[in-house]
Design a protein around this ligand. Sequence first.
Ligand code: ATR
Length: 264
Amino acid sequence: MKKYLVIGNPIEHSLSPLLHNYWIKKNNIFAEYDKKKLNTSDLKSLVDQIREKKLNGVNVTVPFKKEIISYLDKLSPEAESTQSVNTIYLDEDTIIGHNTDIAGFEHSLKDTNFNVKGKKVFILGAGGVVPSIIFALKKMEVNDITLSNRTRKKAENVKELFKNIKVVDWGNLPDFDMIINATSLGLNFSDKIELDFSKLEKNKFFFDIIYNPPETNFLKNAKKSGNLTANGKKMFIYQAYEAFKLWHGVKPVINEEIYKLLDK
Ligand code: ATR
């Protein structure tokens, strides 16, 4: 039986096993997908298990997307450009780190009514997923990207990878067409982002990477003020879709049943 795993810390909340095992069953594949909480000191032995073919593929989530890189043999161009790996596979005897968050974000954005080409985008946060979002936005030919993070240094680090983005202090609100919450603010029901959106025109696009809860205060308030909104659920589904396709050579279905499964 083939074995797959998602690693992170924390990991309890991860819905990846639910989704992958659903698709594995649907496609009659002899495999199982599990989740495991790891520490940094476990990463080497994890990669050894892939080399020994005891593990056939691994998804990587916070906080290891960058840290895992030093244990891998090779990176895909996407993983190289973002210094972020969320999917690992073995090609012959080479352990390859790839990034499907980029395609996940890109597909999810294409599913909305918002055409990002030529637009101004403002991103809140500078955590693990932000380089992937920037990479996708640039691919989709946005005009301008501004980044703001509570810890400014981390935003400056992202700017090292993408020289032509702008960085502003936390609390500033530059002009934008689309704003993305890539912070963890919103995971708790009472979380609030202290930015004053009241003077904005309507019809901006508010995107939250968070999908549980499905509607953060950030999205709730934006919708109330007449803006377009989307949460991160499709991004999550599409990044998993890309990993599944890579590992199993099959395009898994994305249908209502999937959405219901993840809503439980
Ligand atoms: P990691 O930084 O390990 O990749 P993440 O969950 O991807 O983790 O990122 C968390 C993001 O949410 C960071 O941008 C973090 O800001 P800091 O870099 O300043 O820590 C942001 N964040 C978390 N709690 C926050 C808060 N109370 N106010 C503002 N930003 C917050």
